[in-house]
Unconditional design. Structure first.
Length: 135
């Protein structure tokens, strides 16, 4: 893993949360995006070399809505940048980690993504992100 790519935060209302994070970080969101595979709207902020991703469910009973019902709004996952997501999946499986989606899918911010189950990662949902090269 290269670095922390971003921290994902589950929110009930994207517009209201954007206002909070804009004031907190003294900057505006640089990108909003709908991620169909997860049924979420996302909003990204930069703070120096770091990124924050706000996630709002777009469907009743969606993953983010269920998370908020169980745990409340807050940190949902930590994402790490990887050079080869398939090699990283294989490495982590050999180390005993459970991969939630062994076939990576297109995520937000032009990334190929997969997730590591929190039960095998110290209670933290881990996202692996690889840049998609578009030619």
């Amino acid at each position: 893993m290269q670095k922390i790519e971003h921290i994902g935060i589950a929110v009930k209302n994207l517009e209201e949360s954007e206002k909070i994070f804009s004031a907190l970080l003294n900057s505006t969101s640089y990108k909003r995006e709908f991620v169909a595979s997860e049924n979420v709207n996302t909003s990204f902020f930069r703070n120096g070399p770091n990124k924050i991703e706000l996630l709002e469910s777009t469907v009743k009973g969606g993953v983010i809505e269920k998370y908020i019902e169980k745990y409340g709004e807050g940190i949902h996952h930590i994402a790490f940048s990887v050079l080869d997501i398939y090699a990283e999946i294989d490495r982590l499986k050999k180390e005993g980690f459970k991969i939630l989606n062994e076939i990576p899918k297109k995520g937000a911010d032009n990334k190929l993504v997969c997730f590591v189950h929190p039960k095998t990662a110290g209670g933290v949902l881990i996202e692996l992100c690889q840049d998609l090269n578009i030619n």
